[in-house]
Design a binder for this molecule. Structure first.
Ligand code: HEC
Ligand code: HEC
Length: 443
């Protein structure tokens, strides 16, 4: 029995001994513990000594992890919904029983325990080397490995019957864990927020001349579309001031471009338009995740089935719009001509919306590609763009201000004001916009 005491546990005992010696107290010498005193139960009957050592390892190495206010190493890949603390309970025995009964501990081969695999994921990835989280990961792994080994060597714990009522771990269902994984979140961030960067006209894109100038005037906070790319931007927005976890709809990411809060860039979106919908959906999701509001799969937002979105700097303009459209949200959906089929494509290829001005409407277009399509692949690899040619636009005007009342409402047949065929070059830049006369729009 005693010989199974793990090296780490033994080390702890030695360190403890040293500390106690320093206090002039009589230490329980490890040698003494290794040889059972006459009369004490033999190895076959199990001994309190092993329980004490596993309890000690728990107290000294697992509890500090549990009590630490810092996020665990899991945060490197899981934005929320999972933390090593969720696998720990205040009592050593409860923790052991809970992990054992969930199949997370392998008593025959402690080193193969599933909890160790969860902790060690990505440990050999060179990208993680040198990160603070890598050090944490190693410490968490070693602590759990030592403790599980000590538990496995303790017959009293090992064979403990499954308790009728046991405190439960705070772990979340796999669907919830999956949803908050960084790689999963990245996709929705790309579609919802990253694709808007041209609508925010480079003012917030780090490294552009516009942004450099604004940073000089306003500080680094305006450079939130990070040069390092989508992941860096998502991580920044996930945990910084522009995203309000308590009141998602009051996030600066919304209130600034809405003009609800004084904004150096003026009014850029209105409640219920595409930009608003996208940002709002993302901040709501982040807030729910961070507040732990997702308890079961059914609490998660519906998976995004819509097309992938790609922001562009290509502008579209409608000239001489009717006065009745002035001040109303106007949406333009664009369809491409399929020369082979001799018909308009069925799926939208681009869209844009913005409040119509006096005498005209103009905005950058967002390109759309079904997930898995060739177009999506091409746009992911290169610069998203449309070829010059013949296109069809369908125009919707929200005269009844439906979107303002319900930010999730979609404009449909009730708002349809007509369609027009047009030729487009789709050249980029404000000065090269595609212009269509609104008089051509017919029902
Ligand atoms: C290096 C990245 C990385 C780290 C660090 C990481 N995980 Fe994971 N985790 C993943 C990936 C990727 C998956 C999905 C694996 C799969 O689907 O096969 C996953 C899946 C999981 C699952 C299962 C949910 C499912 O999709 O079936 C749990 C539970 C989990 N991780 C917990 C943790 C805990 C606890 C930690 C910290 C101790 C942690 N992970 C650290 C990347 C990581
Ligand atoms: C013409 C330039 C311009 C455009 C376009 C613009 N902004 Fe801004 N924005 C600014 C300036 C300047 C500031 C700094 C002054 C302030 O806080 O209002 C700012 C501040 C912000 C902040 C506050 C950042 C912080 O941490 O304090 C947010 C959030 C923001 N803008 C969001 C947006 C969004 C979203 C869009 C696009 C939909 C947008 N802006 C478009 C110029 C612009």
């Amino acid at each position: 029995m005693r010989s199974k005491l793990s090296p780490t546990a033994a080390l702890v005992a030695v360190v403890m001994t040293a500390m106690l010696t320093g206090c002039n107290k009589t230490p329980p010498a490890p040698e003494a513990a290794a040889a059972p005193a006459p009369g004490t139960p033999g190895p076959s009957s199990g001994g309190a000594g092993d329980y004490a050592s596993s309890a000690k390892v728990f107290e000294e190495r697992i509890l500090p992890i549990f009590k630490s206010p810092d996020p665990s190493s899991c945060a490197r890949c899981h934005l929320a919904s999972v933390d090593i603390k969720d696998y720990i309970l205040p009592s050593a025995k409860d923790t052991f029983l809970a992990l054992r009964d969930q199949g997370l501990i392998d008593l025959a081969k402690p080193e193969d325990s599933k909890i160790l695999k969860l902790i060690n994921r990505g440990a050999d990835d060179p990208k993680g080397a040198g990160l603070i989280s890598a050090k944490k990961q190693k410490a968490e792994y070693e602590a759990f490995a030592a403790w599980i080994k000590a538990c496995a060597a303790d017959p009293a714990l090992k064979g403990a019957p499954k308790p009728e009522k046991a405190p439960a771990l705070a772990t979340k269902p796999v669907e919830v864990v999956r949803h908050a994984r960084k790689d999963q979140m990245l996709e929705s961030f790309e579609t919802n927020v990253w694709s808007l960067r041209f609508r925010c006209m480079n003012c917030h894109t780090e490294g552009t001349p516009q942004n450099d100038k604004l940073v000089k005037e306003n500080g680094a906070r305006v450079a939130w579309f990070k040069k390092a790319g989508t992941e860096a931007t998502m991580e920044y927005l996930f945990s910084s001031k522009p995203t309000d976890t308590e009141n998602p709809e009051k996030s600066l990411l919304l209130t600034k471009p809405l003009g609800e809060v004084k904004h150096g860039g003026g009014i850029k979106i209105v409640v219920g338009d595409q930009g608003y919908k996208q940002i709002r959906a993302w901040v709501e999701d982040v807030a729910a995740m961070k507040k732990g509001k997702y308890a079961k799969a059914g609490d998660l937002p519906p998976t995004e089935t819509g097309p992938r979105q790609f922001g562009t700097e290509a502008w579209l303009r409608l000239n001489t719009t009717p006065a009745a459209w002035n001040g109303k949200l106007l949406q333009v959906d664009v369809y491409a001509w399929d020369a082979k089929a001799g018909a308009w494509e069925k799926e939208l290829v681009a869209t844009s919306d913005r409040v119509s001005g006096g005498g005209g409407w103009q905005h950058t277009v967002t390109l759309l590609a079904p997930a898995g399509s060739d177009r999506e692949k091409a746009w992911e690899k290169g610069k998203p763009s449309l070829p010059p040619g013949k296109y069809l636009m369908k125009v919707y005007v929200d005269s009844g201000e439906k979107a303002k009342r319900d930010w999730q409402a979609k404009l449909g047949p009730d708002e349809f004001v007509g369609q027009a065929e047009f030729q487009a070059q789709w050249r980029e830049g404000y000065g090269a916009m595609t212009v269509v006369d609104a008089g051509k729009i017919k029902k």
